[in-house]
Design a protein around this ligand. Structure first.
Ligand SMILES: Nc1ncnc2c1ncn2[C@@H]1O[C@H](COP(=O)(O)OP(=O)(O)O)[C@@H](O)[C@H]1O
Ligand SMILES: O=C(O)C1=C[C@@H](OP(=O)(O)O)[C@@H](O)[C@H](O)C1
Ligand SMILES: [Mg+2]
Length: 194
C-alpha cells in the first residue's frame, strides 16, 4: 500500500507542462492551417506565458499584411524578414512563439529554434488543412491554379523537415481545447524523457 503524501498538492496538467518547459521557448511549427496561431495562443494562456505569432509581428513591423509583403517584395524578401524577426522573438523567452509555415524550413531558423526552445509540430492530414485554409484568403503561396495540389506538394517537401521538431501533436477535427490538452500532455511528458 502506498502512503498518501498530504504535503504535496497534485499539480495540474498546465503546471506540469510549465515545469517541464523550464526556461525554454515553446515554438509551434507545421503547415498552413495546422492551427499554430490559434492553438499557440491558447497554450500560452494555459502556461501563463506571453504569446507571439511571427506573421503578426512581421505585419506589425512592416505595417503591411503578409499578402501585401509578398506582392510588393516577393517571397525571398519575406523570408529574410521572417528569419530576422524570429531570431529576435526567440531571444526574449521563455514565451510561446507560433511561426509561419515556412519558417522551420530555413536551416538557420531551425537551428535557432533548436537552441532556444522546444518545438512542437502540429501535424495534420491534407483534408483537415484544406478545409481550414480554403475558408480564408491571406495565404499567398496558395494563390495558384490548383491550391490543394500546392498544399499537397508542400506536405511532400516539408513533412520530412517538420519531423525534426522535438515533439509532434496530431491536429485533427476535434475541438481546439482537445488539441491544447494534447499539447500540454506531450510537453509534460518531456519531464519523463529528459
Ligand atoms: N482543432 C481545430 N478545430 C477547428 N478549427 C481549428 C482547429 N485548429 C485551428 N482551427 C482553425 O483553422 C484555421 C487555421 O488555423 P491557424 O491557427 O491560423 O493555422 P496556422 O497558423 O497553422 O496556419 C483558423 O480559423 C483556426 O481557428
Ligand atoms: O507556409 C508558408 O510558407 C507560409 C505560411 C503562412 O503562415 P501560417 O502557416 O500561419 O498560415 C505565412 O507565413 C506565409 O503565408 C507563408
Ligand atoms: Mg499562423
Amino acid at each position: 500500500m502506498s502512503a498518501l503524501n498530504l504535503s504535496e498538492t497534485p499539480k495540474t496538467l498546465s503546471e506540469r507542462a510549465r515545469a517541464a518547459l523550464g526556461n525554454r521557448n515553446l515554438v509551434f511549427v507545421g503547415l498552413m492551417g495546422a492551427g499554430k496561431s490559434a492553438i499557440g495562443r491558447m497554450v500560452a494562456q494555459d502556461l501563463g506565458l506571453s504569446f507571439v505569432d511571427s506573421d503578426h509581428e512581421i505585419e506589425r513591423v512592416s505595417r503591411m499584411t503578409i499578402t501585401e509583403l509578398f506582392a510588393a517584395y516577393g517571397e525571398a524578401e519575406f523570408r529574410a524578414l521572417e528569419t530576422r524577426v524570429i531570431e529576435r522573438l526567440l531571444q526574449a523567452g521563455p514565451r510561446v512563439v507560433s511561426t509561419g509555415g515556412g519558417a522551420f524550413i530555413n536551416p538557420n531558423t531551425r537551428q535557432r529554434i533548436k537552441e532556444s526552445g522546444v518545438s512542437v509540430w502540429l501535424k495534420a492530414d491534407l483534408d483537415v488543412l484544406w478545409n481550414r485554409v480554403s475558408r480564408r484568403e491571406g495565404r499567398p503561396l496558395l494563390k495558384t491554379a490548383d491550391p490543394k495540389g500546392t498544399l499537397r506538394a508542400l506536405m511532400d517537401d516539408r513533412y520530412p523537415i517538420y519531423a525534426e521538431a522535438d515533439l509532434t501533436v496530431i491536429s485533427r477535427d476535434v475541438r481546439k481545447e482537445v488539441i491544447v490538452k494534447d499539447v500540454l500532455a506531450t510537453i509534460a511528458g518531456l519531464a519523463n524523457k529528459e
